[in-house]
Design a protein around this ligand. Structure first.
Ligand code: UT7
Length: 332
């Protein structure tokens, strides 16, 4: 049985609150538009702390919560699409800070679906007796990626990190993962190679649909409508597919944790699936979309408030750049 048990959770939230009213001072927008179109009132911005700092804080909290010795961690997985370094991997910095001296480490980048892909990967590693405890951290600092003259995208995103320590369990788990690379240009952030001083380099040959001008390189570019439409369909497909694999019904699930991109996306998917709203956890009003960190920060909040109970059947569902999507059902 490919089961996992979450034995510790942790999170880090930057101090600076960027409210809708604050955004209205730098953009042609207002609280009413943002709140009614997205459900977001405020998000946190990491003004001076790099991504790795947030990841380390969340990871340290999760390891402490788990009660295990860091030396007993066999693998550190970090999900991020906004690292401070191309290399080394974010997971290596985290491995060092938490003292997971016996752990291997690598990163996973599937943008907002990162935690789901990392948890699925962890469950497969745990099938092997060499791996007993795995630390997963998802951390994003998207403020440096966002173009704060683009009012349709920059209002959505926030910074933060969430982490979980997982171990093998004899309870069941199922997953459904998907990628639609034909939508690669619906949400992207292109690396800036123009600063290279290699005399042989010419401007990059770009795939169709990727715009590369001085103002669009190294900033998040999004076709909001395309992502919205994809998200509502993909979340429903992922939940239906994973439930089909599990043989469970929608009613059997105790808690649904969706990716926190936009309250309207969540509401439409929840309505389409016919899920009871009280079983769906939403925290985006004060956080915004923190990409891969959304789901583990929800888990950390639920853990802290004692709502993550043994025996609970939990469904995680997400989507993100790629475009990727996926869902996991497990019994805690
Ligand atoms: O993790 C994945 C991350 N990405 C997503 O989840 C994105 C999914 N998409 C969305 O959440 C929505 O498409 C947005 C929130 C990005 C946009 O909402 P929308 O309801 O699709 O708005 P729209 O793009 O259709 O724009 C409607 C109007 C436009 O004005 P006109 O052309 O009708 O005059 C926009 O210029 O609203 C305008 N608008 C704004 N007005 C005030 C767009 N952004 C803003 C804004 N404030 N922040």
């Amino acid at each position: 049985m490919r089961g996992i048990k979450i034995i510790g959770t942790g999170m880090y939230v930057p101090e600076i609150v960027a409210s809708n009213d604050w955004l209205s001072t730098i953009l042609d927008t207002n609280d009413e538009w943002i709140y009614t179109r997205t459900g977001i009132r405020e998000r946190r911005i990491s003004a001076d702390k790099p991504n790795y700092y947030m990841a380390e804080q969340a990871a340290l909290a999760a390891v402490k919560d788990s009660g295990i010795d860091p030396a007993e961690i066999d693998l550190v997985l970090a999900a991020t699409c906004s690292p401070d370094f191309f290399y080394p991997a974010l997971s290596c910095l985290v491995q060092h800070t938490v003292g997971a001296e016996n752990a291997a480490a690598f990163d996973i980048n599937s943008a907002c679906t990162g935690f789901i892909n990392a948890l699925d990967t962890a469950s497969r590693f745990l099938q092997d007796s060499d791996y007993r405890n795995i630390l997963i951290v998802a951390s994003e600092r998207l403020a440096p990626h966002c173009d704060y003259t683009d009012r349709s995208a920059s209002i959505l995103f926030g910074d933060g990190a969430g982490a979980a320590v997982v171990t093998k369990s004899d309870k069941p788990m199922w997953s459904y993962l998907s990628a639609k690379g034909d939508y690669f240009n619906a949400l992207y952030c292109k690396v800036d190679h123009s600063r290279s001083n290699c005399p042989l380099l010419e401007p990059d040959t770009l795939p169709e649909g990727i715009i590369d001008t001085e103002s669009k390189t190294h900033t998040l570019q999004m076709n909001g409508k395309a992502v919205y439409k994809f998200a509502v369909d993909a979340m429903q497909t992922a939940v239906n597919k994973v439930l089909e694999k599990s043989g469970l019904t929608k009613e059997d699930i105790d808690l649904y944790i969706p990716h926190q991109a936009n309250a309207r996306i969540i509401e439409s998917a929840v309505k389409g699936l016919g899920l009871p709203e009280e079983k769906v956890y939403v925290n985006l009003e004060n956080r915004g979309n923190t990409s891969s960190a959304c789901i583990p920060t929800c888990l950390a909040e639920l853990g802290e408030s004692g709502r993550l109970k043994e025996g609970m059947k939990i469904c995680l569902v997400g989507f993100g750049a790629g475009l990727t999507s996926g869902a996991i059902v497990f019994e805690q």
